[in-house]
Design a protein around this ligand. Structure first.
Ligand code: ASC
Length: 150
């Protein structure tokens, strides 16, 4: 029991290090999260254009983009590693690291919204997709407002 506790404490102590170790350097972590967010923005934007009548609605394309956003939306967060507050052209605010609970809650809001967007896209119903898109856009904006510099 005691050994287990000591082992758990040791693992917990090194967790930030393990997370950081996924990236060879700080710039890689910043590039990784920015790349994932860029792909998300591209595909999210395509859905937005369609549901807001800026582009012809194509159910198959909406579905493809929703699936991309849903999958890639899982990726950026692990790249906000300690020490990557600076070191590239990051727009991440210090609050990402200063208020991890709030940052985590903002991620949870997106993670709740994205499967709904994917499910709505599965139906091919433009109205349902628009509704789910709006909810997801709210989650994007919520996080940007608090954690991304303009
Ligand atoms: C987009 C995009 C975002 C979000 C955000 C929603 O299309 O690239 O970051 O929507 O603007 O408010």
């Amino acid at each position: 029991m005691k050994k287990t506790l000591i082992a758990a404490a040791a693992v917990a102590a090194f967790l930030p290090l393990l997370a950081s170790a996924q990236f060879a350097k700080t710039e890689d972590a910043i590039n990784y999260r920015q790349s994932a967010l860029f792909i998300m923005g591209q595909h999210f934007g395509r859905i937005g254009a369609m549901v807001n009548d800026k582009a012809p609605f194509d159910a198959a394309k909406a579905k493809e983009s929703a699936n991309v956003v849903s999958a890639v939306g899982k990726l950026p967060w692990a790249a906000f590693v300690p020490g990557s507050e600076k070191g590239g052209d990051t727009k991440a605010k210090p609050e990402v690291w200063e208020d991890p609970g709030k940052f985590s809650a903002a991620q949870d809001r997106l993670q709740a919204a994205l499967p709904k967007l994917a499910a709505a896209a599965e139906t091919g119903d433009k109205g349902k997709i628009k509704e789910a898109f709006t909810e997801a856009a709210g989650a994007c904006k919520n996080c940007h407002d608090s954690f991304r510099a303009k």
